[in-house]
Design a protein around this ligand. Structure first.
Ligand code: GLN
Length: 287
């Protein structure tokens, strides 16, 4: 017979012994899920039954083997919504909420109440689904190349009762872009880690798909290739919004200026790092 509190303490101990940084947080998330309760330790002396114990032990073992907490739980929150995640899909990160705020600000400032929005490299769909929910009159399209991520994208659209249109396609092929026309906003969090970054990944991040992380030697491949390919899918005066990595703002800004964008505006994430840029497709550009 083991009480909930005893089980919790033993989990924290095991996680700590395996060098998990925030063992108490992880143990609590695992408990919340295993018991299906917000505050499972509100009944500390209640006996944990064997199915709860099994679930908790399985989750702790996976976490100790270096799986990200988010994969172990199978879902993670982003903005006000919950997204299913697991092997083959990038975990939604709080940094990316900056991009959501940028798009909401653009819509408000420009009185876009029913914008047509395109999300490239959509992954879990956290950007596309959140925008679709936050801007009810919008028409949102999400493009994702990889099968495993695409399955999560479709599942997350359903889970959140959203009507995003999911399209499986490679964003680096120009022939895929020609089918998309007259968008008000294109948004993307493409892979942007550099070759050096990839050698320094945390154990957990190594479990995420490198296809969603690696952006070429200098991390800029996707900005260089996607910008000219997708520019023509935007209306004149439409907006392109990118997330990028720390220190990439000048290089990404230069790519946008060279491709007929103007009025660049950069924003910092919650950690104070310059993380996103929004830019307007210039009227004069006839590239
Ligand atoms: N923000 C992710 C990280 O730092 C990278 C995601 C991406 O490349 N778009 O791990």
């Amino acid at each position: 017979m083991v009480s909930r509190l005893e089980l919790y303490k033993s989990c924290v101990k095991i996680l700590t012994e395996h060098n998990i940084d925030d063992a108490e947080f992880d143990a609590m998330c695992i408990f919340q899920q295993a018991f299906g309760e917000k505050i499972p330790l509100s009944k500390p002396n209640e006996t944990a039954d064997s199915s709860h114990i099994n679930n908790v032990h399985n989750a702790v073992e996976r976490r100790c083997n270096g799986e990200p907490l988010q994969y172990v739980l199978g879902e993670w929150d982003f903005w006000k919504y919950t997204f299913k995640v697991g092997g083959g899909v990038l975990i939604p990160r709080p940094d990316t909420e900056t991009l959501i705020q940028n798009v909401l600000d653009i819509c408000e400032k420009n009185a876009l109440s029913s914008p047509k929005i395109l999300d490239l490299c959509s992954g879990s769909g956290c950007i596309a689904v959140t925008l679709d929910k936050e801007i009810p009159q919008s028409a949102v399209y999400a493009v994702e190349k990889f099968g495993a991520a695409f399955e999560y994208l479709k599942e997350n659209i359903k889970l959140n009762d959203s009507d995003v249109t999911a399209v499986m396609a490679d964003v680096l092929l120009p022939e895929n872009a020609v089918k998309f026309k007259d968008f008000d906003i294109i948004v993307s969090n493409p892979p942007y880690l550099t070759q050096k970054d990839m050698t320094e990944l945390q154990t957990e991040v190594r479990k995420e798909p490198s296809s969603a992380l690696y952006g070429g030697t200098d991390g800029l491949d996707y900005y260089e290739k996607m910008t000219p390919i997708w520019r023509d899918s935007l209306k004149t005066g439409g907006f392109l919004c990118y997330e990028f990595g720390m220190g990439q703002e000048n290089a990404v800004g230069k790519i946008l200026l060279e491709n007929g964008f103007e009025n660049l505006s950069f924003a910092r994430d919650g950690g104070g790092i310059i993380r996103t840029v929004t830019a307007e497709k210039s009227e004069e550009y006839h590239g």
